[in-house]
Design a protein around this ligand. Structure first.
Ligand code: GLU
Length: 542
């Protein structure tokens, strides 16, 4: 395949766009498409990569394809815009979106940027087609007459040729709905008119649209517009080969409910109107309601499969490693370069290195990218990122810094510190034996004539003497001197019993940071509660 023209002429702006239908959140596949489109415009702006000699600049457009009126919503528009901005994919031209800082008013000269607001423009082009005899009416709709074979070049899939008689005369204008002034266009017509009038040079989109492209190419030719370069990107699959889709959440929820039971009494506590009937419909497989699926998964402590950008945010991924991973999911720079800086990606990216084969989503690799990115952050920056995790706990900045220190080297996601550190905020008020892991109790409290309990009592005395601010350094010093004065083996002699006392387990972040996060009064309370539960046991068995 001859490599397609990447830029029609060096002084014309390179224009890319992301054109989601606002019928849901931003899917991870959409995010990757948006990334590639954004990168190409960015390369042209910076004059790097394939656009080294390009003087025309670049533009990235956000356009909402809201011709499916029943399923489109402004809430979804806002969600998509927020996800894009979270990923750092800002646009040069786009619609006014209420509640999105910097985009409360439309930007750019090629608007409007919602198809529902562009109806007159489609009708102007329809009139041209009509005048030239390229369309005919059919049941109130308008069809485009296909008369010529079509050949086009796709940057990824190469040259495609389709015979005229294999393309139906397709509808370009729907039948006018009652009460409307103007009929709505179909996707095929709107996308071509918009891309042409917005001077889009590179149409980058999912491979599911490759089979639509002959129709689009035919429209371009008949309307006399310059064709763009088409570039279709492969689909993203789950490791089991199924397509990654929002139905995966419903699938996972059904599996969890099959395993744990479909009882729905707990729904009453959620207190949302109409939930029971939604749940029943979900159970009967009449709906894949995402909110119900998430509730079931959360109820059973089963991880929610991440599909939309918002899912990845709640799971605690950072934007850059996610983008870095997405860039490589379906494209490679050659060689074994994996972790790319922002600038490096923009230097190296080329459309012709996008894979044809579907991409498999490798969560372990993404997690690894994320863990490395977290450990590359300063403690300060990590603490900033931890804001909002755990949700519902109002942690002071100094405490958040300590949490960041405690988990900096080990956290794989932003959600992990608050999950792994859950005991810090909540530990049974009046714990019985069941609140403690039996193995840990035996090994660290009861063994050798309850040596651990004795050490715990000594540690309690040392800690009780500290100031109320319970500084990590002071805790560390107090415990070290407790070990020394009492001739204990090492810090573990007090740290392990303390861990059992405050968390019920033998595994926590460094003990001085852990105790600091719990605070002095609460630490002493937990030690006392633990002593109360196990001193009796020790005496009875001893
Ligand atoms: N609205 C279409 C979609 O969401 C976009 C098609 C295109 O990018 O041309 O799939």
């Amino acid at each position: 395949m001859a490599s397609p023209e990447i830029s029609p002429s060096p002084d014309r702006p390179v224009v890319t766009r992301f054109a989601p239908s606002p019928t849901g959140n931003l899917h991870i596949g959409g995010a990757r498409t948006a990334l590639y489109a954004w990168v190409v415009a960015e390369q042209a702006k910076r004059r790097v990569g394939p656009f080294k000699d390009h003087i025309g600049g670049g533009r990235f457009i956000l356009r909402f394809e809201d011709t499916d009126r029943a399923r489109s919503s402004t809430a979804s528009e806002k969600q998509i815009a927020e996800s894009m901005l979270w990923l750092g994919l800002d646009w040069d031209e786009g619609p006014a979106i209420q509640g999105i800082a910097g985009h409360e008013t439309a930007t750019g000269e090629h608007g409007p940027y919602r198809q529902s607001e562009r109806l007159p423009l489609y009708h102007q082009q329809l009139d041209r087609l009509r005048a030239a005899g390229h369309v005919y009416d059919d049941d109130g709709a308008v069809r485009f007459k296909v008369t010529q074979d079509v050949t086009f070049v796709d940057a990824v899939y190469g040259t495609v040729t389709v015979k005229a008689d294999e393309i139906e005369d397709f509808v370009i204008m729907k039948r006018k709905a009652e009460g409307d002034d103007l009929a709505y266009p179909t996707f095929h017509f709107a996308v071509v008119v918009d891309d042409a009038l917005m001077e889009v040079t590179h149409v980058i989109r999912g491979v599911e649209h490759l089979s639509n492209t002959p129709k689009h190419a035919a429209l371009y030719d008949v309307l006399g517009f310059d064709r763009p370069l088409w570039c279709h990107t492969p689909s993203i699959m789950n490791p089991d080969g199924s397509k990654m889709s929002k139905r995966d959440k419903a699938k996972a929820a059904r599996k969890a409910a099959d395993q744990f039971g479909w009882e729905d009494e707990w729904l009453a506590d959620v207190g949302v109107e109409g939930l029971a009937s939604k749940f029943a419909a979900f159970r009967a497989k009449e709906s894949d309601d995402e909110e119900i699926a998430k509730m079931i998964l959360m109820k059973h402590g089963t991880p929610i499969p991440e599909i939309d950008v918002t899912d990845f945010i709640s799971s605690g991924y950072l934007a850059w490693p996610l983008l870095n991973y997405l860039a490589l999911l379906g494209w490679n720079p050659g060689g074994d370069t994996e972790r790319l800086s922002h600038d490096r990606l923009i230097d190296l990216f080329t459309l012709d290195r996008i894979n044809k084969a579907n991409s498999r989503f490798d969560r372990d690799k993404l997690v690894d990218f994320n863990r490395q990115a977290i450990s590359d952050l300063s403690i300060d920056a990590f603490a900033d990122e931890l804001d909002g995790y755990p949700s519902g706990v109002d942690l002071s900045r100094p405490k958040r810094l300590v949490l960041a220190r405690a988990f900096h080297e080990r956290a794989r996601t932003l959600a992990e510190p608050s999950q792994a550190g859950r005991f810090i905020w909540s530990f049974t008020e009046d714990p019985g034996e069941a609140a403690y892991e039996p193995k840990a109790v035996k090994k660290w409290l009861l063994k050798n004539d309850a040596q651990g309990l004795a050490n715990l009592e000594r540690a309690r005395q040392a800690l009780a003497e500290l100031d109320d601010d319970f500084a990590p350094e002071a805790i560390e010093a107090a415990l070290n001197s407790c070990v020394e004065t009492n001739g204990m083996k090492n810090l573990g002699s007090v740290a392990q019993p303390l861990r059992v006392a405050v968390s019920g387990t033998a595994v926590t972040p460094p003990i001085h940071l852990t105790l600091h996060l719990i605070g002095k009064a609460e630490t002493l309370r937990r030690i006392d509660a633990c002593l109360k539960v196990f001193k009796g046991t020790a005496e009875a068995s001893g």
